[in-house]
Design a protein around this ligand. Structure first.
Ligand code: HEC
Ligand code: HEC
Ligand code: HEC
Ligand code: HEC
Ligand code: HEC
Ligand code: HEC
Ligand code: HEC
Ligand code: HEC
Ligand code: HEC
Length: 366
């Protein structure tokens, strides 16, 4: 019995070896037709009409892929079909069992991680990835932002960034498009921020978190404290220094440095100006109207601030004799008085030492 099983096994093995040898000979010396039929990805996937993937929810997707699309992409020549699709080596492939197209994309996106590990780890720390891990399948993967076969150089299309983010954040993009930044971008201004200048692309932080809010003035400062850039737009480049000199900015900086979280968040740039809906401040109308408009911005936090409340604030101006004589006067008084007092103190000590050294009565030693 055992011997019969043995001989059967040997026979099967011998047949397999023969078949393999025949195939190998065909591949080496056989007609060209046999070579063309060897299963390359393009051989099946560039065909028309193409086969389909069946998702479990009933949706069908054509598996036709134009190889030229991949060649024209950033990966052209360097990354092949198999580099990304490592599970499709067997033909026919294993039956794909994806719930739906979204499930398929999330699974396929993992293929990018192998070669772009740095971007993957950055994405891991983002709000998007955390949301995805919580089961929110609408959060973006690499493929939602970059595509799969038709990936373009990501920095070339600045204006396209808001469209890309906007495919999911429609409300924000609408607001942004009407803002001073968005309007300038539409006119081709390269100096204004797009979504990724403020949020980053991969490691997007939670914007509601205290740390992000408190530090957000540094984002604005990248451009608004850049004297050359601001000169091109005829804007005041001192908005950062004046912010840091006043109560909000100095408290904010101090709290951040010592790691203290105050009960009420201190105003940063965005609390007075907005972030996605920033408009230039209007100076139209009477002085009292302008003043009232400034106070409106303050009432968000100082609820019952009267219209003259904003007079307590220097409106991004370094104090001058004409704009705020009291602050200016006091500043200069201190600037002159304090060094004079210090100088007087030092002089006093020096004179005292000199007096002790030269005029002290000589002691008699006996
Ligand atoms: C003999 C023809 C054939 C060859 C060769 C072939 N495919 Fe396919 N492929 C198919 C068919 C048919 C489907 C759709 C049915 C299915 O899901 O298996 C498919 C589906 C796919 C899918 C959809 C997801 C999945 O897992 O089903 C991917 C991705 C894919 N192929 C990649 C490749 C790559 C990469 C190669 C080259 C290494 C390749 N294919 C070679 C016929 C082929
Ligand atoms: C840079 C990686 C990458 C390369 C290179 C690549 N693919 Fe894909 N492919 C993907 C990803 C990711 C998806 C999922 C796309 C989606 O969710 O829309 C995909 C989807 C597919 C599908 C399913 C149908 C579709 O279009 O969604 C097929 C079939 C396929 N690829 C075949 C190929 C073939 C054939 C090549 C070579 C000519 C190739 N791929 C090259 C990453 C790649
Ligand atoms: C087999 C390795 C490999 C895989 C898998 C892969 N890439 Fe790439 N990728 C490269 C190489 C190599 C380059 C070209 C060199 C470079 O610019 O870093 C590149 C370039 C890029 C660029 C352009 C970089 C630049 O600075 O212009 C983007 C964007 C990109 N890949 C995204 C993806 C996405 C998204 C996926 C998954 C769908 C993916 N890659 C999968 C290797 C890979
Ligand atoms: C929310 C959208 C988004 C997601 C998700 C995303 N990217 Fe990007 N990526 C961008 C944008 C936008 C850029 C352009 C650079 C910039 O503005 O910082 C970029 C740039 C890149 C670059 C070019 C090099 C660089 O840093 O400028 C590579 C490579 C890249 N991404 C790969 C990936 C990979 C891999 C994944 C997934 C692990 C991924 N990206 C996920 C939006 C995204
Ligand atoms: C495929 C859809 C998609 C794309 C593309 C996308 N996002 Fe998101 N984003 C989400 C989802 C889903 C959430 C989590 C739910 C929410 O808070 O809206 C989220 C959350 C966020 C948050 C946190 C919101 C909060 O209230 O905590 C920010 C900030 C953000 N995205 C910025 C961006 C930027 C910038 C881009 C472009 C580079 C982008 N997103 C592209 C889907 C997307
Ligand atoms: C000038 C910098 C800046 C730009 C440009 C910008 N954001 Fe924001 N965004 C912020 C700040 C700061 C916050 C946090 C709000 C706060 O501190 O009150 C935020 C909050 C968010 C939030 C969560 C709160 C909300 O309003 O839903 C999302 C989502 C978001 N941004 C997406 C985007 C997208 C998409 C774009 C591009 C159209 C974009 N942002 C452009 C600075 C910016
Ligand atoms: C990438 C650079 C950049 C960043 C980051 C940036 N801005 Fe701007 N901003 C500009 C430029 C350039 C203009 C001038 C646009 C124009 O000429 O129409 C401008 C215009 C403005 C204006 C209108 C000024 C006026 O009266 O005309 C305000 C207010 C403003 N930004 C506030 C902010 C705030 C608040 C932030 C941070 C949340 C910020 N900006 C981030 C570049 C930037
Ligand atoms: C307490 C509220 C408040 C804070 C905080 C604040 N601003 Fe302002 N900012 C204003 C008001 C009000 C005006 C209009 C004042 C005027 O022109 O009389 C203004 C004017 C501006 C202008 C226009 C300047 C010009 O040349 O006309 C810019 C740009 C600006 N702010 C940016 C910033 C930036 C960047 C920050 C953070 C570093 C910031 N602001 C912080 C309230 C504020
Ligand atoms: C985002 C909320 C917020 C906005 C908007 C805001 N402030 Fe404040 N402000 C604060 C907080 C919080 C403090 C307390 C600072 C501290 O802890 O030292 C403060 C402190 C002050 C102080 C110091 C005296 C005091 O009450 O502690 C003055 C004066 C002041 N703000 C004026 C203004 C003016 C003028 C505006 C409008 C142009 C304004 N603030 C807008 C939150 C805000």
């Amino acid at each position: 019995m055992a011997a019969r099983a043995m001989s059967l096994a040997t026979m099967v093995l011998a047949k397999m070896v023969l078949a393999t040898m025949a195939l190998a000979t065909m591949a080496a010396f056989g007609p060209r037709v046999a070579l063309a039929k060897s299963p390359t990805c393009e051989g099946c996937h560039a065909e028309e009409p193409a086969d389909v993937i069946r998702f479990l929810d009933g949706e069908l997707r054509s598996v036709r892929v134009n190889p030229q699309t991949v060649i024209d992409s950033v990966h052209g020549g360097e990354v092949s079909c198999q580099d990304c699709h490592r599970d499709q080596k067997k033909h026919p492939h294993d039956q794909a069992n994806y719930l739906n197209a979204r499930d398929f994309r999330i699974a396929m996106s993992k293929t990018c991680n192998r070669c772009h590990y740095a971007h993957f780890t950055r994405l891991e720390e983002s709000v998007h990835q955390k949301q995805l891990a919580k089961g929110d399948v609408d959060a973006p993967t690499c493929v939602d932002c970059h595509g799969a076969h038709d990936i373009e150089p990501p920095r070339s299309l600045r204006a396209g960034v808001s469209e890309r983010c906007g495919s999911c954040h429609e409300d924000v993009v609408k607001k942004y498009a009407m803002s001073v930044h968005g309007a300038a971008l539409a006119k081709g201004d390269p100096d204004v921020p797009v979504c990724t200048d403020c949020h980053g692309a991969h490691k997007i932080e939670d914007p509601e978190a205290y740390k992000f809010h408190a530090g957000s003035y540094l984002i604005c400062a990248r451009c608004h404290a850049d004297a050359e850039k601001m000169k091109r737009h005829n804007l005041n480049p001192d908005v950062l220094s004046t912010f840091l000199d006043d109560f909000h900015g100095s408290s904010n900086r101090l709290y951040t440095e010592v790691g203290y979280v105050p009960e009420a968040p201190v105003a940063t740039c965005g609390d007075c100006h907005g972030v996605h809906d920033i408009q230039p401040f209007s100076h139209e109308g009477a002085a009292s109207d302008v003043r009232r408009r400034v106070s409106e911005a303050c009432r968000k936090c100082h609820a019952d601030a009267p219209d003259d409340f904003a007079d307590a604030w220097l409106a991004h101006k370094a104090p001058s004799m004409s704009s705020s004589p009291l602050v200016w006067g006091l500043t200069w008084t201190y600037r002159i008085l304090i060094p004079m007092i210090l100088l007087g103190l030092i002089m006093h000590i020096l004179l005292h030492l000199w007096q002790v050294g030269t005029h002290a009565p000589k002691r008699k030693h006996s």
